[in-house]
Design a protein around this ligand. Sequence first.
Ligand code: AMP
Ligand code: MG
Length: 337
Amino acid sequence: MKAMNFARFRGLAGTALLLAVLSLTAAPARADWVSADAAIMGTAIHIELWQDSPQQGREAIAAVFDEMHRIDARMSTWKEDSILSDVNRRAATETVELDDEFVELIGRALAMSRMTGGAFDITYASVGRLYDYRAGSKPDDGHREAALDAVDYRYVELDSVARTVHYARQGVHIDLGGIAKGYAVENAAEILRNLGVRHAIVTAGGDSRIVGDRRGRPWTVGIRDPRNPNGLATRVPLQDEAVSTSGDYERFFEADGERFHHIIHPDTGRSADQVRSVTIIGADATETDALSTGVFVLGPQRGLELIEALEDFEAIIVDADGRMHYSSGLMPAQAAR
Ligand code: AMP
Ligand code: MG
């Protein structure tokens, strides 16, 4: 498929954005594309949208950033004062009350665990929290194996009627890092639609949610070459759907010739090593986010089997040797290189 000139488009739109955000009076005076970038939830946020008026563009961008800050403040495990940190401190010793949002999102995470046979598992954090990718440190084998005993999503006893959670054993920690960005861009899309925006893309790290088309043609999302930050493995045209990529290049360090990255195999407590990246396309970003992480753990064969068995999801996998695998629904039209 013909490549769009993204760099030029983003450059121009980026100028418009700065004016729109920083100086209310200098905003574009009519319908136009605007874009905005930010660093929220520990990741790069990018929004592009068609605004019918400058006021609509400003409101829309501010509302999306507010929503992401809200989610981060509640769900970050980096923030000691987040609700999730509080739950993790208490839930192994007491039954903790949750609000509707946590009941729903933890419930969906557990459903994704069942769907992926435990490959996606928010209790990965029981061992995953022992890695520090910035500092380049990892647990020794003894600590890793001890912590692994607390990795199993079935230890998360969620009561969605009483709206409580309890961890069935000591040492259990949950982390929503594999699903919360998708949830955030999904919420962002709903906010944009409610504000009357009909053409937009919202990206948080590897997760994007697309609203409508790009005014008469599809949006094009580039899938990164996992071993070349400036190269693309492929591009996919999309409209009104979600796309999530999980990659071993997002957070990692190398030691003893091995790559230690942020997607943890719940069976071993080590980085999953059968693939370099997994891209999932589907209707809902919360699901594509969790599935991209889960399929990453499952590897190319079992991962593609799962995707083929599910309705309405497609996958592009770059395996450990750099080979590309596509689910049947993508071949050949959408997966043109
Ligand atoms: P993503 O980039 O969407 O694949 O998300 C990666 C993030 O998911 C990591 O930074 C962790 O916070 C979390 N994570 C890592 N391993 C798992 C796993 N096996 N199941 C669920 N979440 C995980
Ligand atoms: Mg994911």
